[in-house]
Design a protein around this ligand. Structure first.
Ligand SMILES: NC(=O)c1ccc[n+]([C@@H]2O[C@H](COP(=O)([O-])OP(=O)(O)OC[C@H]3O[C@@H](n4cnc5c(N)ncnc54)[C@H](O)[C@@H]3O)[C@@H](O)[C@H]2O)c1
Length: 356
């Protein structure tokens, strides 16, 4: 069912960020009113001004999702029909040492939102949540004899020995409803908590929900300075300066890099096709690439020296992350359109303006 959104008020928390701005360009023109609640977090918005990429018709309310008065002010003025909850602390590595901050924004930010709806007796017609591949942690693996197992988190000692993979086993693509979530980062645990809190609340009040578990999103508009989230942008800048990109572990860490336009399209498709109750889907390109492959494409683009393995590692990093997109294809009638090579080239086109 395609719902007409033209008379709807859409509220997007964290809607002034990377993914939020891309969604605004597509969704704001289709809806009656488009409202963004965002505190312009200094780690994301160094200038703390309205981002140029936020669609001109969007109303920006500067406020913190963890603060009840911010919600009271917003809901006194606006009555959201569709809510897209993006506001979050997003640094996986940083979440280990700043776990309270991550838990506060991601978990309490979600509960404050739901309590505010209760105070105002509002029941949105659909709430969408941007969850993460991080909820799967290392995901499920399969041994050569067919046995499926969950390796959990690699230990510090194992990484110190350079034992990156699990021998005689391969990592399986993660899939909603098939792969059991088992986060190995504080960030991943807070994203899973968001999903579970939202679902419990929404089912009690018969509010339909969509959870999209995003793989690694990249593309124009992504942060160039946030070393916790922007590996593709950081590597792009190294290659552009003619430097060799350093590769952690043996370079064969794999990820599913999904282009920003595909992610924004997935949110719009989900908003246009609300579920009867609750649903969840994985959003990725459907392709897995090693960090070395991604870095090599960038080095070739700039004729820079080839990437070099440096054997370093980060505790809590998962070895392989990739997903099956069949749930998204079936539930959202959505398809990713961008190959990694095309998406990386598009990002490079944008870099000079962004760096200027
Ligand atoms: N980018 C990715 O690769 C990726 C992958 C998986 C999941 N996600 C999820 O997608 C969502 C959006 O991510 P993004 O990449 O656009 O990040 P981003 O950092 O660019 O955007 C997040 C936005 O939230 C705002 N924000 C942060 N704390 C806030 C608070 N307390 N109150 C109000 N606003 C607050 C920030 O100012 C920012 O504008 C997040 O929920 C993230 O967990 C992103």
């Amino acid at each position: 069912v395609t719902a007409s959104l033209e008379n709807c008020t859409v509220l997007v928390t964290g809607g002034a960020g990377f993914i939020g701005c891309a969604i605004s360009q597509r969704l704001a023109p289709l809806v009656g009113s488009y409202v963004v609640l965002d505190n312009l977090h200094p780690q994301v918005h160094s200038a703390r001004v309205r981002p140029a990429d936020l669609h001109e018709s969007a109303t920006l309310v500067v406020g913190d999702v963890t603060e009840a008065p911010a919600w009271d002010g917003l809901l006194a003025e606006h009555s959201p029909d569709v809510v897209i909850h993006l506001a979050a602390e997003t640094g996986t590595g940083q979440s280990l040492t700043e776990s309270t901050r991550h838990a506060h924004v991601n978990v309490v930010g979600t509960t404050q939102m739901l309590d505010a709806f209760t105070r105002f007796e509002r029941r949105p017609s659909h709430i969408l949540l941007s969850s993460s591949r991080a909820v799967y942690g290392e995901g499920a693996w399969q041994r050569t004899d067919g046995e499926i197992f969950y390796p959990g988190q690699r230990t510090h000692a194992q990484l110190e020995r350079g034992q990156w993979d699990y021998s005689e086993a391969i990592s399986l693509p993660s899939s909603v409803g098939v792969t059991t979530p088992d986060p190995t980062s504080v960030y991943g645990a807070t994203k899973l908590a968001q999903e579970q809190i939202l679902r419990s609340w929404a089912q009690s009040f018969s509010v339909p929900t969509t959870v999209l578990r995003l793989q690694n999103v990249y593309g124009p508009g992504q942060s160039l300075t946030n070393s916790y989230t922007g590996i593709v942008a950081l590597f792009s800048q190294l290659a552009r300066r003619g430097e060799s990109i350093p590769l952690y572990e043996d370079g064969d860490v794999t990820r599913d890099f999904v282009f920003i336009d595909d992610v924004a399209d997935a949110f719009v498709a989900a908003a246009q096709r609300p579920p009867a109750i609750s649903r969840a889907a994985d959003i990725g390109s459907g392709e897995r690439s090693s960090i070395a492959q991604m870095a090599t494409l960038l080095a070739q683009h700039y004729d820079a020296p080839l990437p070099k393995v440096n054997g370093m590692f980060r505790d809590g990093d998962v070895r392989h992350a990739h997903c099956s997109i069949s749930s998204a294809q079936a539930l959202l009638e959505w398809e990713p359109r961008w190959s990694l090579a095309a998406g990386l080239a598009k990002l490079q086109d944008w870099l000079p303006t962004a760096l200027a």
